[in-house]
Design a protein around this ligand. Structure first.
Ligand code: VGL
Ligand code: ZN
Length: 184
């Protein structure tokens, strides 16, 4: 047995609506695809779990500005905007976690999902995290992972920020680092 920690890759919300042309396009959002695809291949090759999260909202939710929230309508379940970007690798071994199913923001992949159960069941200790967007779902997923006791590697080249306020992405990375993530 090697003494390496059992690891998993979390690919956060690489969906059409967060990529250029989408309803809530993250600047350079599609640039995360190439580095994430390389990692997906590597993890699958080594038999390590790969998890994709997806924002999967109902048509009416307080998450959307129309109903009192902050965001334009995006990633409504079962619509083209909620589909994974066609260039991000697909594979039957990849586990999909849907989040944001109700009235809450549901930024974190751990929020009202079975992600923690699934990771513990597989003996995972370390999470590699990238995707969209740095300042919301990536950050909240990383912070929850740290609170749950996982080691976290935040893959900076494989994430992009909404940056509603300039510098939000950089501040999010700093926050993840301060909470104990290794930024790589
Ligand atoms: C996200 C804003 C709204 C994200 C989701 O995936 O980071 N951001 N919903
Ligand atoms: Zn959302």
């Amino acid at each position: 047995m090697s003494n390496e920690k059992k690891r998993a890759l979390i690919v956060v919300d690489v969906q059409n609506d967060f990529c250029p042309g989408g309803a809530l396009a993250v600047p350079g959002g599609d640039e995360v695809i190439a580095p994430l695809n390389r990692l997906i291949e590597k993890f699958l090759e080594q038999g390590d779990p790969v998890i994709k999260t997806r924002d999967w909202h109902p048509p009416e939710t307080k998450h959307f500005a129309d109903f009192g929230g902050r965001w334009p309508v995006h990633c409504v379940r079962d619509t083209p905007g909620a589909q994974f970007h066609s260039a991000i690798l697909d594979d039957p071994r990849i586990i999909v976690i849907s989040k944001g199913l109700g009235n809450d923001d549901g930024y974190s992949g751990f929020d009202e999902t079975n992600l923690v159960f699934l990771l513990r069941q597989q003996g995972v200790e370390e999470l590699w995290i990238g995707g969209l967007a740095t300042d919301y779902c990536v950050k909240n997923t990383a912070l929850d992972a740290l609170s749950e006791g996982f080691k976290v590697k935040a893959i900076s080249e494989a994430m992009r920020a909404v940056d509603l306020t300039a510098g939000d992405g950089d501040r999010a990375i700093e926050e993840m680092r301060r909470a104990g993530a290794r930024v790589i």
